[in-house]
Design a protein around this ligand. Structure first.
Ligand SMILES: [Zn+2]
Length: 643
C-alpha cells in the first residue's frame, strides 16, 4: 500500500511539473543589433521568469561553441576568452576564474540554454520589452585578426562587432601598408593569429587614437592588395594580397616548347602580340614577382629569351622575344590551375580506326601533349573529343569504321580546336588510354554485356502481402522494391531494357509475375526477396532456382558470390526448389534471391539502411554483368609505337 502511495505521488508531481513547465516557458523574439534572428541563428526563452538564450546564438557573435551532452558541459570561446559552464550549475569558469551566475544553464526540449547575463558579460546590452529581447553590442570591438586566404591568395581577416569604416595608405621606405579602422576598440580578449607570408613580414596593431585602431603591415616588397568587406559578413574586413609568381621557366620537349609560369594561386592573364621586334606580352593580374629574375633563354627556334618584371603593383609582365612567329596560345595547366603555360599550337597528324578482336579503337597522334575534353551527347548518341589548341594537318575527313558500337568518325577543325566526333549505336562509356608522353591517345567505346538485353526484375510481395516483417519493423515488400528500383537504374545505365513486375506498393499474383517475364521475352528473371527463419540466429544470402536448370544455377552461383562480396553478408547456399511459382513458371534463366534475414536482429538493422540497399543492388548488378561477360576479359586498347 505504501509503495502504491509513493507511485501515485510521483505521478502527481510529474503531472504538476509538466503543467508548470508548459505555462512558464515562452519563446521571446530575439533581435541582435536591430536585426531579427532566424531560429537557427539563435533563440531566447523565458523560463520561470528567467531569461535564457540558446547556445547556438553565440555563433552569431562569432564565438565558437561546444556542447557535450554526456557531461552537460558547454563552452563558449570568443577571441582568447574561454567560458566553461555546466548544466544545472550556477558557477562558470570565465577566462580561468570562477564566476557566480544568478542561475544555471539548462537543457530543455533538446536545446541548451545559457543565462542572458553571459551574453551581457561579453559586451552586449539587453532590453526586454514584453516578449521582445533586443541585444546589441555596446561598442564596435575588434574581436580577432587572423591569417586567412581569399581565392587562393594570402589574406588577413579582421572581425569587428559592427560594420567598420576604414582608411588605407601604402607607404615606402620601409615598405608598409597602413590600415586604420575607425570607431573601433580592442576587445579585451582580442585574438591575434598571424603567420608571416612572403609579402607580409609582420603586422603591428595599436590603438592609434581613442576611436581609431591602426594596423601596420610591414611588407617584404611593395605589392598590390585589395580591401574587401564580404557580403555575407559586413562586420569583417579582409586585406587580400597578391599571389606570388614563384617560378618562370622555358621547357622545350621535342615539338612542344613552352613557357611555364607557376603562381601561388589561380590567376587571370591576358596575352598580346607586339611587333618590330616580334614579342608576346603576358600580363598576369593580382600578382607579385617573388624575387626579381634575370631573363631566361628560349630554344632559339621559337623564342630567343623570356623577360619578366613587376609592371605595376598589381601586374607581373612576362615578355617572350620571338625568333620565329608561330601560332601559340596561353592556358591554365590541365594538371595544376595555379600554373600558366604559353605553348605553340600542336599538330594532329593522324586519326585512324584500328580494328581488333574486340571491335576496335580510334587512335589519335599529335605533335605535342594533348589537351583534350570528352563530351557525351544524346539524341543521337555521340561522343565529341575536343583537342584544344590543335591544328589538323589533313582536311576534314570521315574515318572508315567497322564496329558494333561506333557507326562513324568525323574529324574537323573548329577554330583553334580539332574536333573528333564518334557517332554511336549506344553509349556505355569509353576508355581513353594515353601514351606515356601523352602525345597519342586510343579511344575505345565500352560495350556493355547487358546492352539491349531484356531483364525482368520482380520485387517480391507488395500491397496486402507485406512479406516478412522484422522485430524492428522493417517490411520485406519495401526493401525488395527499393533494391529492385536501384538495380533497374544501374542496368538501364548500362544499356539493358528493364521490366519490373511492380513499381509501387501493390499486390501482383505469382502467376502474373511469371507471365509478364514470359510475355516480354526476357533473357533473365530475378525475383528479389528478404528472408525469415524461426531461428533468429540464421543469417546470410540464399538463392533458389528450379531444379535441373543449368543457366539458372550458374547465375545463382555468380549472384551469391557478388551479393556477399558487395555487402559482407555471409554466403548460405544456392538451392533448388520445385515449388516456387515464379522460378518454375518462367521460361528463361531465372532465380529468386533472398538478400538477408529480417528475423536476424543484426541483419535487419543493416537491411534498414540505404547504404545496404545500394550495395546490394550493386552486387546483383555486378553478378548480372559477370554472367554475360565473355570468359576472356578485354585486354583494352593498344597503342602503336610512335616512330
Ligand atoms: Zn519473400
Amino acid at each position: 500500500v505504501k509503495f502504491k502511495v509513493v507511485v501515485l505521488l510521483i505521478v502527481i508531481v510529474l503531472l504538476l511539473t509538466s503543467v508548470i513547465h508548459g505555462d512558464n516557458s515562452d519563446e521571446l523574439k530575439l533581435i541582435l543589433d536591430g536585426k531579427p534572428l532566424q531560429a537557427d541563428q539563435g533563440r531566447a526563452i523565458r523560463l520561470n521568469k528567467r531569461v535564457y538564450i540558446s547556445l547556438p546564438f553565440f555563433s552569431s557573435l562569432y564565438a565558437v561553441t561546444r556542447w557535450d551532452a554526456e557531461t552537460g558541459n558547454a563552452t563558449i570561446r570568443l577571441g582568447t576568452l574561454l567560458i566553461k559552464m555546466t548544466q544545472g550549475k550556477s558557477t562558470a569558469t570565465w577566462d580561468g576564474k570562477t564566476k557566480k551566475l544568478s542561475y544555471a544553464p539548462t537543457e530543455q526540449d533538446g536545446g541548451v540554454w545559457i543565462p542572458l547575463e553571459v551574453a551581457c558579460g561579453l559586451g552586449l546590452k539587453s532590453d526586454l520589452r514584453g516578449d521582445v529581447l533586443e541585444l546589441s553590442w555596446e561598442q564596435n570591438s575588434l574581436l580577432f585578426v587572423k591569417s586567412s586566404s581569399y581565392q587562393g591568395r594570402p589574406a588577413i581577416t579582421f572581425q569587428t562587432t559592427k560594420p567598420v569604416q576604414y582608411k588605407n595608405y601604402l607607404l615606402t621606405e620601409p615598405n608598409r601598408l597602413v590600415l586604420d579602422l575607425e570607431g573601433v576598440k580592442r576587445f579585451p580578449y582580442l585574438e591575434e593569429d598571424m603567420t608571416p607570408t612572403p609579402i607580409v613580414q609582420r603586422v603591428r596593431i595599436n590603438q592609434f587614437r581613442e576611436d581609431t585602431f591602426r594596423m601596420v603591415f610591414d611588407l617584404n616588397q611593395l605589392a598590390g592588395y585589395q580591401i574587401l568587406v564580404p557580403e555575407e559578413n559586413p562586420n569583417q574586413v579582409l586585406v587580400v594580397f597578391n599571389a606570388l609568381i614563384k617560378d618562370i621557366r622555358f621547357e622545350s620537349a621535342v615539338g612542344d616548347p613552352r613557357v611555364i609560369i607557376d603562381a601561388t594561386a589561380p590567376l587571370a592573364y591576358t596575352m598580346s602580340v607586339m611587333v618590330e621586334p616580334h614579342r608576346l606580352v603576358v600580363d598576369i593580374d593580382d600578382a607579385t614577382l617573388a624575387t626579381p629574375k634575370e631573363p631566361i633563354k628560349g630554344d632559339g627556334a621559337w623564342v630567343n629569351s623570356v623577360r619578366m618584371s613587376q609592371f605595376n603593383s598589381h601586374t607581373v609582365r612576362v615578355v617572350l622575344d620571338v625568333a620565329t612567329p608561330q601560332t601559340c596560345y596561353i592556358t591554365k595547366s590541365r594538371l595544376d590551375p595555379k600554373r600558366i603555360e604559353v605553348r605553340t599550337q600542336q599538330e594532329i597528324r593522324r586519326v585512324k580506326w584500328q580494328p581488333d578482336e574486340q571491335g576496335g579503337a580510334l587512335l589519335i597522334d599529335s605533335s605535342a601533349e594533348l589537351d583534350e575534353e570528352f563530351i557525351h551527347h544524346k539524341d543521337p548518341e555521340r561522343l565529341l573529343v575536343n583537342l584544344r589548341f590543335a591544328q589538323l594537318v589533313t582536311d576534314t575527313q570521315e574515318i572508315p569504321v567497322e564496329d558494333s558500337v561506333v557507326k562513324a568518325v568525323r574529324v574537323s577543325q573548329q577554330n583553334t580546336d580539332v574536333q573528333v566526333e564518334l557517332s554511336l549505336e549506344s553509349y556505355q562509356g569509353y576508355e581513353a588510354i594515353f601514351s606515356k608522353d601523352r602525345c597519342s591517345l586510343a579511344i575505345r567505346m565500352k560495350n556493355s554485356p547487358v546492352a539491349r538485353r531484356v531483364i525482368v526484375l520482380d520485387p517480391g510481395h507488395g500491397g496486402v502481402d507485406a512479406g516478412a516483417i522484422g522485430s524492428q519493423g522493417v517490411r520485406e515488400k519495401g526493401v525488395n522494391l527499393e533494391v529492385a528500383l536501384r538495380l533497374k537504374d544501374l542496368l538501364e545505365e548500362a544499356g539493358a531494357q528493364v521490366v519490373l513486375t511492380r513499381i509501387d506498393d501493390r499486390y501482383v499474383s505469382l502467376y502474373e509475375r511469371a507471365a509478364i517475364a514470359n510475355q516480354v521475352g526476357a533473357a533473365m528473371f530475378i525475383s528479389i526477396h528478404s528472408n525469415f527463419h524461426p531461428n533468429s540466429n540464421v543469417r546470410g544470402v540464399e538463392i533458389f532456382h528450379y531444379p535441373d536448370r543449368v543457366t539458372s544455377n550458374r547465375l545463382g552461383r555468380i549472384l551469391l558470390d557478388e551479393m556477399t562480396k558487395a555487402t559482407g553478408f555471409s554466403s548460405l547456399a544456392v538451392k533448388t526448389s520445385p515449388n516456387m511459382v515464379v522460378i518454375r513458371e518462367t521460361q528463361m534463366t531465372s532465380v529468386l534471391v533472398e538478400m538477408g534475414f529480417l528475423s536476424n536482429y543484426q541483419e535487419e538493422a543493416i537491411i534498414a539502411t540505404s547504404e545496404f540497399r545500394e550495395k546490394m543492388a550493386k552486387g546483383i548488378f555486378n553478378g548480372i554483368l559477370r554472367y554475360w561477360k565473355p570468359e576472356n576479359p578485354s585486354k583494352g586498347p593498344r597503342l602503336e609505337k610512335k616512330e
